[in-house]
Design a protein around this ligand. Sequence first.
Ligand SMILES: Cc1ncc(COP(=O)(O)O)c(C=O)c1O
Length: 381
Amino acid sequence: MLHPLEQHLQAILDKKKAAHHYRTLRLNDELLVDFCSNDYLGLSASAQLHERILSDISNLKAVGSTGSRLLRGNYALIEETEQIVARFHRAEAALIFNSGYDANVGLFQAVARRGDVILFDEFSHASTRDGIRLSHAQAQSFKHNDIDDLERLLQNNSTGNVFIALEAVYSMDGDHALLYDIAYLAQKYGAYLVVDEAHSTGTTGKNGEGVCASLGLEQQVFARIHTFGKAMGVHGAAILGTNTLRNYLINFCRSFIYTTAMPLHTALAIKHAYILLQEPTMQTQIEQLRQNISLFNVLIKTQLPQAHFAKSYSPIQAWIIDGNEPARLAAQQLQKAGYDVRAILSPTVAAGTERCRICLHSFNTEAQIVGLIETMKEING
Ligand SMILES: Cc1ncc(COP(=O)(O)O)c(C=O)c1O
């Protein structure tokens, strides 16, 4: 017998089911070819990474951190890891968070204050939007990657600090932000750039240092968010910026202060993932990933209708299929053929842009990519 509140909740769930965007959890089918994880370089299952973590783990003095970093939860390994991360991405300082979600939520909550304005790309991730909601700043979205729209908003906003929030690589379409142009506008209008490098960490730049560092824009960006749960194959995130920003976040960022610091083995895993990323074998993996992205792009260009794809030179490729049910069906057909591709439905993406989100990896073989495209052609009819 459900309580009245549970009956109400169940009615909401039933409505969601009827609209074909009911979410459920399921375990992975390991037999399917991975075209959906964010593990772009295969680091999560790297034997080298596992061995290094395992050989060091017995030296750790504890499992859990035991508290907030402002209490007994701080430890030398996490600070050492922050220094490795900061050096690698050419930043003055890094502050580690338990996840990219925590980092984005906490950053905007802490730095954007009443009277400030946050201009964010309309395709910004939920974590950025939630952080904006927690701040007391005003917020306005600009059209996706639209420099003119952004400049129009910048011209209208002159009081308080102005922040521009964007993603180096967008999580749903896989396209790159027009970072040079936006950095120019930020400078022209005295705005502060915040760049989420979740999907460019490990995949962009010679060693995977990300878009800002590879374009030499580090100095023009106020804060960068690098996450470790995607190409780095582990978990957690860091906000990069000046020492002042780091100290400010330690003092005011609620998702940093009011939570237990990550366990020691997670910091160890991040440290080893960063050390490994800088070795020549990983450059080969990054190059292989780029070749796979090129192959996929050539194949879709020659074999499938272009209008159905967002233009992307990143590991994320969006095959747009209008409607929740058709997108879900297409993903099911791809899975039946042996390819693990997941549908992204509205309202996660705008209605009419429902899609199969295809993630490419360094470990996907040419035969797998060709086979995937062949199946997409059959579904397309
Ligand atoms: C652009 C972007 N930012 C932030 C996050 C959150 O990162 P994490 O998974 O580490 O919480 C994600 C993850 O989906 C993302 O795609």
